[in-house]
Design a protein around this ligand. Structure first.
Ligand code: SF4
Length: 193
């Protein structure tokens, strides 16, 4: 059996941009497909667009986006080096949690993005993307910072950067995990000693 040819990202972007499969289409300003290097070694997967992301049509803008840029720098990476996407492509009203039926309808797009980008590592940010990609009920508090496997992909769960905006004690854990990610990829020199 031959594997299906991956769908080019531009073609996928068009499909997602026209999607009305779930009711979140009605409340969106923009679809947030994701952005970055189409051949990235790292695919970063967050939860869903928030208010600023919906307005700009880009993932991780605003305070959480600025923090993500700083954390990527800890790993020796820049935003252009990675591809950033979300489990859901449209904003849930009032930033409520994604619903199971929305996840079911939207995630074929994320699966296709993953097949096309074919990353070495999928970084899952927060509980929703971690649980979806690893098909686990184990929470992020236990899984973060430890390499997991999902099919042929290495998965590296990390807290969602927004967590550090509400709880500054999470910042150190985030920095540690991004440092480990940099070591895993060889983009960050190991600290001496
Ligand atoms: S959230 Fe996903 S499934 Fe729902 S309308 Fe947007 S792109 Fe389509």
């Amino acid at each position: 059996m031959t594997a299906k040819t991956p769908i080019p990202l531009d073609q996928l972007r068009e499909q997602v941009g026209a999607c009305h499969q779930c009711p979140l289409a009605d409340g969106r300003t923009n679809v947030v497909f994701g952005e970055g290097d189409p051949e990235a070694r790292v695919l970063i997967v967050g939860e869903a667009p928030g208010k600023n992301e919906d307005l700009q049509g880009r993932p991780f803008v605003g305070a959480a986006g600025k923090l993500l840029d700083d954390l990527l720098a800890v790993a020796g990476l820049a935003r252009e080096d990675v591809f950033i996407a979300n489990v859901l492509k449209c904003r849930p009203p009032g930033n409520r949690d994604p619903r199971p039926e929305e996840i079911e309808l939207c995630t074929p797009y994320l699966r296709e993005q993953t097949r096309t980008i074919d990353p070495e590592v999928i970084v899952t940010l927060g509980n929703f993307s971690t649980k979806f990609i690893l098909k686990t009920e184990v929470g992020i508090t236990r899984l973060h910072g430890h390499v997991q496997q999902a099919g042929r992909f290495k998965v590296f769960p990390i807290y969602h950067p927004a967590a550090a905006l509400y709880d500054p004690t999470k910042r150190a854990a985030l920095e540690d995990d991004f440092a480990t990610l940099g070591e895993l990829l060889g983009t960050r020199p190991r600290p001496e000693g």
